[in-house]
Design a protein around this ligand. Sequence first.
Ligand code: FMN
Length: 175
Amino acid sequence: MKIVIAISGASGVNLGLKALRLLPNTIEKHFIMTDNSKIVLDEEMDVTIHNNKDIGASIASGSFGIDAMLIAPCSMNTLAKISCGIADNLVTRVASVMIKEQKKLILAPREMPYSAISLENMHKLSTLGIVIAPPVMGYYSKQQTLDDMENFIVGKWFDLLGIENNLYKRWKTDE
Ligand SMILES: Cc1cc2nc3c(=O)[nH]c(=O)nc-3n(C[C@H](O)[C@H](O)[C@H](O)COP(=O)(O)O)c2cc1C
């Protein structure tokens, strides 16, 4: 399985990095950051890192065979571009490829509150089959720490990607 994790310039870049770190080794990992998401990367990560300006990268073509893409966090800017079909960088280009190839695309929009424009964009994308999965906290797993809470969110994304995980305690599993 080949998966692209992309980080755009919304708050919570740690969530995208964490999802990348926790992906099983069996998955071929590709990673893109937008220019607005400045952060130092862990140099030991076994991942192919792409330049967001490189719209000629392997993953920019449907023929490369990417199975799924997660953009986490997804800024309202990147969300708006994807909903309009704009493909002006590698993140938005790969997202447009996922849509045209009918592959799984998961967006984790991070903003509070959402404007009517962003909600319209999310609605449009949702009707096209894109999964809108914002980083929303859950409490039923009785998380004690920020790390637990992040694991809950990443675990929910992995569920959507079809990746087995025990990152959070599932509802009523202790009964
Ligand atoms: C510290 C900081 C936090 C930000 N947080 C958010 C956010 O949570 N959601 C969002 O949509 N934009 C946020 N922005 C604004 C985006 O970075 C900005 O719209 C940018 O143009 C997004 O570009 P990109 O989509 O290419 O990454 C934030 C900006 C800064 C500097």
